[in-house]
Unconditional design. Structure first.
Length: 153
């Protein structure tokens, strides 16, 4: 029987977990806060919340779950998304967003948490590389689904 419980994590701990377990992305650059889920003494998932990546979403009252990563333990992602929204609201934020990959992530953990809704589908955002600043882009080139949860006011 599992003993899933929320627990604090540092930025370094969360990034190390993401680097070990995330299937498509490395750890993000920044954060406002993070949360972990433990099962006994083992960390089985982390979420990293930060300023929205898209400058169009940066309105001062919105945060983004930039990574939600688990080791595959059931129900952990839903527990993380719910905890992130509770924490964001308690800090005075009115909206929390996140993205899933439209083809390879079905959004089940978000559908399991009260309040999260699909806002719209968007293109992959393009290539980060440009002639003036060449980069190797290892992120999936796949349409993304934008999810949000917000206060009623």
């Amino acid at each position: 029987m599992s003993d899933l419980h929320l627990q604090p994590v540092t930025y370094a701990e969360a990034c190390a977990f993401v680097d070990r377990h995330h299937s498509t992305h490395d750890a993000p650059q920044g954060w406002k806060f993070g949360v972990g889920v433990g099962d006994g003494d083992d960390v089985v998932g982390v979420a990293i919340v930060g300023r929205p990546v898209s400058r169009h979403q940066q309105d001062g009252v919105t945060l983004e779950v930039t990574r939600c990563c688990t080791d595959g333990t059931p129900n952990v992602a839903s527990k993380l998304y719910a905890a992130c929204w509770r924490a964001a609201k308690n800090l005075g934020y009115r909206r929390l967003i996140t993205y899933t990959l439209a083809d390879s992530e079905d959004g089940t953990p978000l559908r399991a948490v009260d309040g999260y809704e699909v806002v719209h589908e968007r293109n992959s955002g393009g290539d980060w590389s440009s002639p003036s600043r060449p980069r190797v882009d290892t992120t999936p080139d796949e349409q993304k689904t934008l999810w949000e949860v917000s206060t009623d006011d």
